[in-house]
Design a protein around this ligand. Structure first.
Ligand SMILES: NC(=O)c1ccc[n+]([C@@H]2O[C@H](COP(=O)([O-])OP(=O)(O)OC[C@H]3O[C@@H](n4cnc5c(N)ncnc54)[C@H](OP(=O)(O)O)[C@@H]3O)[C@@H](O)[C@H]2O)c1
Length: 311
C-alpha cells in the first residue's frame, strides 16, 4: 500500500510516499481502507521536531492521525463493528498512527461510526479538532450553560468546532480572529466577534478562554477572565510566572493535549447527524499532493480543513 512517512525531522522534503505491506491488526483492532484523512498543524510541528521525544521518534514515521474509511478486516475480539462499516477516528495520538495511507490498523475503542450525513472527506476533518474542543470544554473546564467563553483563532478548524459545541451547550461565545474571520465566526453562532489586536480592552467577566494561539495571547487573556475563571492553552505549556500571576487572581491556567476517545466521538457524530455541528473544508488534495497540503497547513491562516482524499 501507499503511505506518507517522514524519514527524518525537517522540511516537507523529508516526507516520502513509500510502498509497504498493509498493517497487520491486533485482536482489538480493525483494518480500515482509508478514504480520506485530515491534515492538522501537528503534522508539520512533529515533522520539524518540535515534539521530539525518545518514545515517538520512530523513523520512518508514519504520518497522519485522523481518518474516515471502511472496515475491511476485524480483529478476533471485536464485536461492535463488521466488515463494510464506515468509521472515523483519531488514533494512537501522539504515538505514530499512519492515517496518510491506503490502509490503517485502528484500535476499536478509538473509532466510531462515521456520521451518516457526512461524506468521507468531511468526516475525516472531524476527529482531532472536534475531540480537542469537546475535551477542553467538558472534561477539562466542565462548561456550564450561561458561561462566557472567549475563543482565540476561532475561525481555525478547532475554533469552528469550539464555537458550535459551546453554543450547543448554552454558553455565550466571543470569538477573536483576523477581520476576514468575522463573518464565518458569527455564522457558526458566535455572539460577538472581536478583532484580535484589542480584544482585552473590550471584554471582561469571561469564565473560560480557549487559547488556540498562545504566546502573548496568554497574558493578554488574563485581563478578561473573572476570578474563578479558567484559561486553556492548546499550543504551549503556560510559563510558570504567568501561571502564578493567574493563580494570584484566582484564575486556573492549563495546557491540554487531545486524546483519542471513541465514546466521545460517537456523541460528536450524533451532534453532526442532528445537524447541530458542521465543518468546512478549505481544500482537498490527493495523497500525491501531500507536500502541497502540508505547506498550506503550515501557512497558518486556513479557515477550514485541509483533507487528503485517498480513495
Ligand atoms: N493541544 C492540542 O491537543 C491541540 C489540538 C489541536 C490543535 N492544536 C493547536 O491549536 C492551533 C489551532 O489548530 P487548528 O487546527 O484550529 O489550526 P488551523 O485550522 O490552521 O487554524 C489556525 C488559525 O490560527 C489563526 N492564526 C494564525 N496565526 C495567528 C496569529 N499570529 N494570531 C492569531 N491567530 C492566528 C488563523 O486565523 P486568521 O487567518 O484569521 O489569522 C487560523 O484560522 C494549532 O497551533 C494546533 O497545533 C492543539
Amino acid at each position: 500500500m501507499k503511505i506518507a512517512r517522514m524519514h527524518e525531522f525537517g522540511n516537507v522534503d523529508v516526507v516520502k510516499l513509500d510502498n509497504i505491506d498493509k498493517p497487520k491488526i491486533k485482536s482489538d483492532e480493525v483494518l480500515v481502507a482509508v478514504h480520506a484523512a485530515g491534515i492538522n498543524p501537528i503534522d508539520w510541528k512533529v515533522r520539524e521536531g518540535h515534539y521530539s521525544n525518545p518514545e515517538t521518534d520512530i523513523f520512518p514515521f508514519p504520518m497522519g492521525w485522523d481518518f474516515s474509511g471502511t472496515i475491511v478486516e476485524i480483529g478476533s475480539d471485536v464485536n461492535t463493528y463488521k466488515i463494510g462499516d464506515e468509521v472515523f477516528g483519531l488514533i494512537r495520538f501522539p504515538m505514530p498512527a499512519g492515517c496518510f495511507a491506503e490502509f490503517v490498523a485502528a484500535p476499536v475503542n478509538e473509532i466510531a461510526h462515521k456520521p451518516a450525513s457526512l461524506d468521507h472527506e468531511h468526516a475525516a476533518g472531524i476527529p482531532l479538532v472536534a475531540l480537542t474542543a469537546w475535551q477542553a470544554l467538558f472534561s477539562t473546564a466542565h462548561l456550564q450553560a450561561g458561561q462566557k467563553v472567549l475563543i482565540h483563532a476561532a475561525a481555525g478548524a478547532v475554533g469552528q468546532m469550539a464555537i458550535q459545541i459551546a453554543k450547543w451547550h448554552g454558553a455565550k461565545v466571543i470569538a477573536t480572529g483576523s477581520q476576514s474571520a468575522k463573518n464565518l465566526c458569527l455564522s457558526l453562532g458566535a455572539d460577538q466577534f472581536l478583532e484580535r489586536n484589542s480584544f482585552e480592552d473590550q471584554i471582561n467577566d469571561i469564565d473560560l478562554v480557549l487559547d488556540l494561539v498562545g504566546q502573548e495571547y496568554i497574558e493578554r487573556s488574563l485581563k478578561t477572565i473573572k476570578p474563578g475563571g479558567h484559561l486553556i492553552c492548546f499550543t504551549q505549556p503556560i510559563p510558570a510566572e504567568i501561571s502564578k500571576k493567574a493563580a494570584d487572581k484566582g484564575i486556573k491556567t492549563q495546557f491540554t493535549i487531545v486524546s483519542p476517545n471513541g465514546e466521545q466521538l460517537k456523541q460528536i457524530a450524533q451532534l453532526i447527524d442532528d445537524n447541530l455541528l458542521k465543518n468546512k473544508i478549505e481544500q482537498i488534495f490527493s495523497l500525491d499532493q501531500i507536500k502541497e497540503a502540508l505547506t498550506l497547513q503550515q501557512s497558518g491562516h486556513c479557515h477550514g480543513k485541509l483533507i487528503l482524499k485517498i480513495k
